[in-house]
Design a protein around this ligand. Sequence first.
Ligand code: BJW
Ligand code: ZN
Length: 244
Amino acid sequence: MLLWGMDQVREWLKSARSIAALTGAGISAESGIPTFRGPGGFWRNHRSEDLATPQAFARDPSLVWEWYDWRRGLIAKARPNAGHCALAALELKHGQLLLVTQNVDGLHDRAGSRNILKIHGDIWTLRCSVCGREREDLRASLPQLPPRCTCGGLERPGVVWFGESLPQRIWAQAEQAARDSEIFLVIGTSAVVYPAAGLAALAKSSGARVVEINVDDTPVSAFADASLKGSAAEILPRLMDDRL
Ligand code: BJW
Ligand code: ZN
């Protein structure tokens, strides 16, 4: 299979009628938010993946909340980087861009993207594990850990953990976007967590050109039409730059 480079991808983006992008933790790495796997994937002695489970929360809600509270603090201080901003600019310019993000950090919103599907939830949402009431709490540090609902029940982060279903309507829209896209960008994700990881293959089998942007190889690299190696904060602005 012929692998295409940066210039060709720039041309594809200019002429595409519909673009979708799947983003993962790698796009926020240069904003100072650790990724899940790889060097930043530990907190204290725990693998971050092991904390993102209902079992970990049931066993030790305070420990899981301390991890989320630490991340909320980091995110509150962080700023969207050039990668987030380039995607927001692409949406503005192109109109037909749908962003499917696995990230819960809200940095795409803060960069100005509007068409966002958050398939793994939002770290600023709290949900009661007893009555299901949801509320937004933007405080970087919560006054009481674990937080409690007015009904007395334990609140949990409004995110999707391993073994839990993704929000149904949002997921259906993400699948539709993958099917409908002419170009499907896969940015800063290890593409090992399902069902999100399956979107790239779905887009490919529906006729899209798949373009991966990552510092490393992933399972998507094997079938991507273009695999651009490097940081999202560097590559995305270069893809949008018409002067190049
Ligand atoms: C850069 C960079 C730079 C660095 N520039 N790049 C099919 C097969 C096998 C298993 C399953 C399957 N289907 C379902 C499963 C089970 C499970 C799963 O996928 N397990 C596998 C890991 C084995 N999936 C689920 O359980 C999902 N639910 C589900 O399927 O429901 C149905 C069901 C119900 C009951 C039983 C069974 C099924 C739910 C998954 C939820 C994932 N949740 C988390 C936590 C979210 C909340 C939070 O943030 O705390 O989501 S886990 C974590 O992984 C988080 C991420 O969104 C997700 C993906 O990680 P991501 O974003 O790819 O980050 P990294 O760190 O892995 O990668 C970073 C990448 O960036 C790397 O590639 C770097 O190279 C790169 N990078 N710097 C560009 N500057
Ligand atoms: Zn409640």
